[in-house]
Design a protein around this ligand. Structure first.
Ligand SMILES: Cc1ncc(COP(=O)(O)O)c(C=O)c1O
Length: 430
């Protein structure tokens, strides 16, 4: 397993910023989500710093679907970053964490009326409208509230980035956004511009997730800017802002080749500036909204090894005390992970294990063919790269209580999400 910069091997054991995994397991139990707060804060600062421009205003938004808890929302607020939300629940958490609502962008297809009303009441800064029907609904609801909502239109530029099809969002038939090539697209924008209680500010696109090619982003940016010119020419209005989404790829296993986002952003801004000059788009604001690349490497999951089983065909199963209920990604996206035994971190691998969860699904496999030293019941397995889309996608399948989460900052662990109890499983039930 590739170690993160906060992980070290000391006296044969893997430690997190000086903290022994065995001590964490004793104090907080397993499975346990571990979140390295220092590296998250550092990344937020580095991205924010990189996203400065002499040509336009910029805003970094954290795409909080990747990981959102009250503690994470507080960090977002403290670091002065904006937030991309997709539901009333994410907004509620964001507000509880003290994020400035003016820096919140409300995304999502089929935002419910009650969610839109809640967002209007809370003073959400920008609504990223998904489709033409939402234009009318939001205008009506804003009128009822006596406010004017600032809106961007989510566009689908038709770029097919090479990523798993479930996390591709910009192919022609995607459920997200209005298609750039739709003959009625100008009429949709005109309606937004003319709507009495909407302020049409510009456009948004997000081409997918876990993308490794910089060219996909440059290409999408050019498509968006060219489209912005057409909109300006046909409808005589100005595109103030373009939000270019997130989607920067991260390392999970060998073969993943992410680019350095901090180094990429200034070049991307320069590209946007040059395209704006070439095409005559007087862009005032550029926004980016990464999720995964901000949090993934800060998260890992700690499991206790249970039974170990070898099949007749010599497949070695290593069972863990969690599984697809705390990490659905391998089953959902064929996602791959690396892991190691924290208490045997300096020992050579001797065989390949299939790491399987304890849930009643054959597909509840977290890692296939993981080379490890001889494993034994009671060992501690650390799976890296679980910061994004793990806790946020966790479920109570098989009535497993969801794990606790801790943050580690300056070598000190603190509980941020309590482990669910059996009583919690019943607390809404009558
Ligand atoms: C509109 C939008 N913005 C941002 C993101 C964040 O993407 P990522 O976590 O890959 O950076 C997503 C992810 O689905 C999205 O749909």
């Amino acid at each position: 397993m590739r170690l993160e910069n906060y992980q070290f091997i000391q006296e044969g054991e893997l430690v997190h910023d000086g903290v022994r995994y065995e001590d964490l397991a004793q104090e907080f139990g397993t499975p346990l989500y571990i979140f390295d707060e220092d590296s998250f804060r550092q990344r937020l600062r580095a991205y924010k710093e990189a996203l400065r421009s002499d040509y336009f205003d910029t805003e970094l938004l954290y795409a909080s679907k990747a990981l959102l808890t009250l503690a994470v929302a507080r960090i977002v607020a403290q670091e002065g970053v904006g937030q991309d939300i997709v539901s009333g629940g994410e907004l509620y958490t964001s507000r509880a964490g003290g994020v400035d609502p003016g820096k919140v962008y409300f995304h999502g297809n089929n935002k419910l009326d009650q969610e839109l009303v809640f967002a209007l009441e809370e003073g959400v800064g920008t609504f990223v409208v998904d489709n033409r029907q939402e234009v009318q609904r939001l205008n009506r609801l804003a009128q009822e509230q006596g406010v004017v909502a600032r809106v961007l239109l989510r566009l689908n530029p038709g770029i097919e980035a090479s990523t798993h099809e479930f996390i591709q969002t910009a192919h022609v038939d995607s459920k997200f956004g209005e298609n750039i090539h739709d003959p009625e697209i100008y009429a949709v924008i005109q309606n937004m511009e003319e709507a009495s209680h909407l302020h049409f500010a510009g456009l948004h696109s997000h081409i997918g997730s876990q993308i490794f090619e910089e060219t996909s982003f440059f290409q999408a940016a050019t498509e968006m800017m060219e489209f912005a010119t057409k909109v300006q020419e046909r409808l005589s209005l100005t595109i103030e802002e373009i939000n270019f989404g997130g989607g920067f790829g991260v390392y999970y296993t060998e073969g993943d080749t992410p680019f350095d986002v901090v180094e990429f952003i200034p070049r991307f801004l320069e590209h946007i500036h040059q395209e704006a000059e070439r095409l005559g788009v007087p862009l005032q604001k550029v926004t980016l909204e990464p999720g995964r690349s901000l949090v993934n490497a800060s998260g890992s999951t700690l499991y206790r090894v249970g039974d170990i089983k070898t099949t007749l065909t010599d497949k070695h199963y290593l069972f863990i005390d969690g599984g697809m209920s705390d990490n659905i990604r391998p089953a959902l996206y064929e996602a791959k992970y690396e892991a190691l035994l924290a208490n045997k971190a300096d020992q050579a691998s001797v065989k390949n294990y299939t790491v399987a969860g304890k849930l009643c699904e054959s597909g509840d496999i977290i890692i296939e063919d993981l080379p490890l030293p001889e494993a034994a019941t009671g060992d501690l397995l650390v799976v890296n790269g679980t910061g994004a889309y793990n806790y946020s996608m966790a479920s109570n399948y098989n009535r497993l209580p969801r794990p606790a989460m801790i943050h580690i900052m300056e070598g000190k662990p603190r509980l941020t999400v309590k482990r669910e109890t059996y009583e919690d499983l019943l607390h809404l039930e009558l």
